[in-house]
Write a protein that binds this ligand. Structure first.
Ligand SMILES: [Zn+2]
Length: 170
């Protein structure tokens, strides 16, 4: 069963592999981008899907979903930085944007959330956390895209939103 914690008006929902299976296969695939990275901020429009994983009714406006296995993969320090980035998305109003607005401003909102995290942890630490994320994601992307980890790493660090984000943190 998923675990619920409420802190500063945000619900932190820790979910496990069995929860993924309950959400369903399709969700797990899109999870390659979000949940496998470990974290997703969801707004009310998406509560229903995750609400079924816990008996505790969501009472906050936003929920941050944490994939428990990623706690081990990232460690507490990096986890803390990633969570600050996710909180940044909430505090900076990114979840109030329409899907169209969010897509049109994809890079901008990521840079803003990184900046929010950097004000708490420092640019260097956020850069390190982002590099760790890239390394965690590379094998997952490589598997789905049927290519090599090296090719994905190359792409992520030279021509992607990640590349822009890394550059902004130097
Ligand atoms: Zn983000």
């Amino acid at each position: 069963m998923a675990k619920v914690e409420i802190k500063d008006d945000i619900t932190y929902l820790t979910i496990y592999r069995s929860d993924f299976e309950r959400i369903g296969e399709g969700q797990f695939y899109s999870g390659a981008m979000h949940q496998c990275a470990g974290f997703a901020v969801i707004d009310k429009r998406r509560f229903k899907q995750y609400q079924q994983l816990t008996d505790q009714k969501f009472t906050t406006e936003f929920v941050i979903v944490i994939y428990d296995e990623m706690r081990v993969v990232y460690g507490d320090k990096v986890l803390d930085i990633i969570l600050s980035h996710e909180v940044g998305h909430i505090k900076l109003g990114h979840l109030r944007m329409t899907d169209e607005e969010a897509i049109a401003n994809k890079t901008k909102i990521e840079l803003e959330a990184d900046d929010y995290a950097a004000k708490i942890h420092g640019k260097k630490a956020v850069h390190r956390a982002l590099m760790k994320t890239v390394k965690v994601l590379a094998p997952i992307f490589a598997k789905y895209e049927k290519t090599t980890i090296k090719a994905v790493l190359e792409e992520l660090t030279t021509d992607s939103i990640f590349a822009h984000r890394l550059e902004a943190l130097v």
